[in-house]
Ligand binder design. Sequence first.
Ligand code: NAD
Length: 497
Amino acid sequence: MTHSAALSAAGFTDAELTGGTLTVRSPIDGAEVAQLVETPAAEMLAVIARAKSAFTAWRKVPAPRRGELVRLLGEELRAAKDELGALVTLEAGKITSEGLGEVQEMIDICDFAVGLSRQLYGLTIASERPGHRMAETWHPIGPVGVITAFNFPVAPWAWNAALALVCGDPVIWKPSEKTPLCALATLKIFERALIRFGDAPEGLLQVVVGGAELGEALVASRDVPVLSATGSTRMGRAVGPKVAERFGRAILELGGNNAMIVAPSADLDMALRAIVFSAVGTAGQRCTSLRRLIVHESIREELVAKITAAYSSLAIGDPRAEGTLIGPLIDKAALKGMQAALEAAQAQGGKIHGGAIAAGVTGGAYAAPAVVEMPAQTEIVREETFAPILYVMGYETLDQAIALQNDVPQGLSSCIFTLDLREAETFLSASGSDCGIANVNIGPSGAEIGGAFGGEKETGGGRESGSDAWKGYMRRQTNTVNYSSELPLAQGVKFDI
Ligand code: NAD
């Protein structure tokens, strides 16, 4: 599909795509596809005020009814899956099946949130006082700001928004300035759900188009009690303290530096498939991409040979073409970053296989994936380079492997390939992986929505999506009700008047 066909299938008119100051390019060929009108920074106060006013109405709507809106959103997403998936491919450069997969993830979290809308459970708690009842209830908290990264232009928004909406919170979305079209197309889909829903307040979902300064307005506002920000650790370092300063709640989903330990007992064919998908999928531009392979010395050479052989047969090129497995990096700067990291790795003793700039499609930033054998976990290995570079290091004992796995600033995803139960359980234990995600015989990327998603250390500590992540979008209240005719004080305190 041509760019203009994909844009019109997603519902954009020429007028919407021209006349503005934000240039959007497709990483497929570097072509300019839109000049979008940016949201003026001065308008952010009005945007936040609209969300605040929507909140006063939405919080009173029963949660299962709020779930109905998310159910309709899920239906509209199902109907628009191909068009939105194609737009993800156009704007983020993902291969077709990964673009569709991202939309499927939105659908899945909508289904999850619909069920949740009939739960949002509190507790009853035993009171120490006779004739008293204690309970914990969960209430909507207010407008939620959602800042997203280019590499997952829609799914992380849905992880936040589907939950926030059933929890009773309006959403203000500041997508990456590199992928605003996916957000605007999602807004169109949401608006179709709103029409079918009927009586939702105005301002339930607003999308603001522009750069970091719009995000900063959300970060600074006391009227945005929850700020969820997905992106680089550099961004999180700027955002986290500012939200803390105003006692807001930040859900930070930042960079990863994910590892796989391959033990001598591992099923190497399975490990190989997991390695290739998680290291080169999305051209190495997933927060959960596999970046470090920690492999037992006894199988290191064999595994490196298998990986380099597998890499040589991967089709690199136009992500829309059937059979392509590696599409473009987001832009030329990312390609430069990859080449600089490879130079640094070589200077730090690395032996590089692959990694050359690939012909791809004219105008796009395409590269062959690289495997780099490292003598140690040097400085460059400890950094997240957003590109398909896999560093390989050897180990002798499991303790060494776990120590290497944990000895990086980031703590998002991790895994071990082993058929040894003791090794697997040690890896998952309190003295094992220190990451938010730890898997056995599965790669580090491609998480399901049912689990809480996020990581520790410089990954930011946030949790989104499944499990009880919904609690991040609500305020908790402890209630004590006295239905007796006495007024006993807790802890036996006497205060008779
Ligand atoms: P980025 O940090 O450059 O930008 C992310 C978003 O933050 C953009 O919308 C940007 O406009 C905004 N932003 C930047 N500075 C800001 C500031 N000071 N205040 C408010 N907003 C600001 O990241 P990117 O290049 O778009 O994405 C790649 C990074 O995102 C990688 O590090 C990747 O690991 C990370 N990521 C993490 C997760 C996760 O769930 N942990 C998911 C996807 C991506």
